[in-house]
Design a protein around this ligand. Structure first.
Ligand code: PMP
Length: 396
């Protein structure tokens, strides 16, 4: 018997499949707004100055490429714990932190760990959410459902719907939350709205999984990470995963973290021992280079300053690109898309229909997802006018 005969052809990944189609498009003025990557004015993934310097120091040291510990580079763990929870935060005593293979790896290690503890739990993700959330938690063995989030009518978050769905969830339900730069909509909750979410999570005995892939891309490091502080204050156990793909421009290095906040130091110790088993049986131990870069930047006050400035520049530039797109649309007579400037982070839910998105792709070589998501962080002075014109054309 040929076992491989049983392998069915799976559909291409919706986002990465879009990039493939983009790469195969011969038009020279094509624009890829499909994948979530920040591009500079020249249309390139930037090599951040702080990253370049940290990398040069690593190369100058010329150390051999030994294995890291199962839970990652200690200096990386120490530094990002401070970044996520604050320096000397008492909560660190009851928190288990491991290096992760970027944000996706953090979600998968977290999912595998939680599944061992409660195989019958449902995972609730926002409607809509990052495509991979549903697939990843389903593959990990969970039943995945959604809570209301995007309100197309009001162009914002359906907070009351979200709270009602969380109130209706069974005790022990795992709730995946985007603390900032919601992917794909670009609509975030206000601090006061988050207070209400944390309250319901506590009341209903839910378990929060905070997926923080964009800390520093919306309003600032502290503001974007504020939800973590709220959960710490609540005293609830919870998980936070982070990614440094976007905020350090380290997409291909696959660097992130997973922290599980428990009730006590003893609980954190037991949790850490379980996380290590998940890691050991998946990929044994994580890659070193990205961890060394992030640790090198964060541990050196001067380099950290350079990084924070560069992060602020990316954040501010994205906000400007949003405004430029709105202006460009207005110049084309499209006056009802000002909401793009109010959204935050890399993505914009444009409100365009699948048909309009297909037209953008086929007639103009502008690639966004069928659901209408566009990565505004891939716009620049050169292409924003063309994108605005094309949107106006497919809407008319
Ligand atoms: N979570 C969310 C919400 C994301 O948008 C992303 C990136 N698109 C990730 C996790 C994973 O990012 P990565 O694995 O590339 O760090």
């Amino acid at each position: 018997m040929n076992l491989l005969e049983r392998a069915e052809l799976a559909p291409a990944d919706p986002i990465l499949g879009l990039t493939e189609a983009f790469n195969n498009d011969g038009r020279s003025d094509k624009v890829n707004l499909g994948v979530g990557v920040y591009l500079d004015e020249g249309g390139k993934v930037p090599l951040m100055e702080a990253v370049r310097e940290a990398e040069q120091r690593i190369v100058a040291e010329a150390k051999p490429h030994a294995y890291l510990p199962i839970d990652g580079l200690p200096a990386f763990r120490d530094e990002i714990r401070k970044l996520v929870f604050g320096a000397d935060a008492p909560v660190l005593e009851r928190t288990a932190t491991v290096q992760a293979v970027a944000g996706t790896g953090a979600l998968k290690v977290g999912a595998d760990f939680l599944r061992q503890l409660n195989p019958s739990a449902t995972v609730l993700i926002s409607d809509p959410s990052w495509e991979n959330h549903r697939a990843l938690f389903t593959r990990a063995g969970f039943k995945v459902d959604t809570y209301r989030y995007y309100d197309a009518e009001s162009r914002g978050v359906d907070l009351e719907g979200m709270l009602a769905d969380l109130r209706g969830a069974a005790e022990g339900t795992i709730v995946v939350l985007h603390p900032c730069c919601h992917n794909p909509t670009g609509y975030d909750l206000t601090p006061e709205q988050w207070d209400r979410v944390v309250e319901v999570v506590a009341e209903r005995g839910l378990f929060a999984f905070v997926d923080m892939a964009y800390q520093g891309f919306a309003a600032g490091l502290a503001e974007d990470g504020a939800l973590v502080g709220k959960f710490v204050q609540s005293g609830l156990p919870f998980i936070v995963g982070t990614s440094y793909s976007k905020t350090f421009g380290l997409y291909g290095q696959r660097i992130g973290s997973l922290s599980v906040v428990g009730a006590s130091a003893d609980e954190a110790r037991r949790v850490l021992s379980q996380l290590k088993i998940v890691i050991r049986t998946n990929y044994s131990n994580p890659p070193a280079h990205g961890a060394k870069i992030v640790a090198g930047v964060l541990a050196d006050p001067a380099l950290r300053g350079v990084w924070e400035d560069e992060l602020a520049k990316m954040r501010n530039r994205i906000a400007l690109l949003r405004k430029d797109l709105v202006k460009g649309l207005e110049a084309q007579g499209v006056t009802d898309m000002g909401f793009i400037a109010e959204q935050r982070g890399m993505f914009s839910y444009s409100g365009l229909t699948t048909h309009q998105m297909v037209r953008l792709r086929e007639e103009f070589g502008i690639y966004g997802t069928d659901a209408g998501r566009m990565c505004v962080a891939a716009l620049n002075a050169d292409n924003v006018g063309r994108v605005a014109k094309a949107i106006a054309a497919v809407r008319s």
